[in-house]
Design a protein around this ligand. Sequence first.
Ligand code: FMN
Length: 305
Amino acid sequence: MASANGSVEIEDLLELHELGLLETEDEIADRRSTNFEWDPIELAVQRRTSRGGYRTDSASAVSPVMVPRFADRPATALPPPGTLCNVSLADVLEQRRSVRSYAKRSMSLEELSALLYHSARVVRCAGGARFGTRVLRPFPTAGACSELETYVLSVDISGLQAGAFYYDAFRHRLLRIREWDDHMERILRSVHTAAGNKLNRDPAVVLLITAIFERLMRKYRDLSLSLIYKDVGSFFQTLYLVATALNLAPCAIGSGDEAENSRWLGLDPLCESQVGCFVCGPRGHKTSELRQFNTRERGRDKLQS
Ligand SMILES: Cc1cc2nc3c(=O)[nH]c(=O)nc-3n(C[C@H](O)[C@H](O)[C@H](O)COP(=O)(O)O)c2cc1C
């Protein structure tokens, strides 16, 4: 931003002011005080969530073409997923919690298959010359750009080797990326720490969610990062609901070494990097031990009281 002779251009200062990163003395005097300090980088991102998104030309507004990934890696077919129809949406919404206690058994490959199928697979592609390929998933995504990818760290899944796999969301199968190693142990330790050391054992599976930034940034430019984080939120909620319906124990994890983990997966973090982490395992208690209720009855009781 500073020129070669060290001076700062007035236009740059005006832009920083517009982003809220610089304030005049009058504005500081008028401003109501907050009980915390904004990190300037976070403030800039926050300002951009409402300001950006312009498109330079129609070519950049077209969603990118999807090409098969990791096609040369050994593939593991996933068993047919079970259905979710024996549980009502109202009950799932009521019962959804972050659960940090797992049963003393492995998660089955069928459970993993159902979790991925109902929350992460590609449901269908819609294409057209005008907007390019739009990839539709069980969760909504900005512009249907399908920038999110799922990597499955198998810790204790019966019938699946321990290690890292790429989830091929088009063909509902796993492609082997890495063996179990020291870095995977480090990821597990960081998950325990992030969960306040409240997990009673290792989660059976750790999902690392990455974003392929170009898929969104070509189209939405400086609005993209905030859109990616919103997409991760809708993916998290879908994972939570499906895991609850499957009687699994789900928990989002808000931290992690995104660049290191992404390099470990063989990715260039400037192109594709971790934007989310989610852990899951078999639930420590059966659904029948959870509070059973008829949501409609409960709602009526509440209204009457
Ligand atoms: C974006 C996000 C990040 C989270 N990060 C963590 C985390 O790092 N560790 C943890 O134990 N729980 C984490 N959680 C779970 C929250 O603590 C939990 O959702 C919250 O306490 C409400 O409880 P509930 O999910 O049971 O309704 C996270 C949840 C979300 C949505």
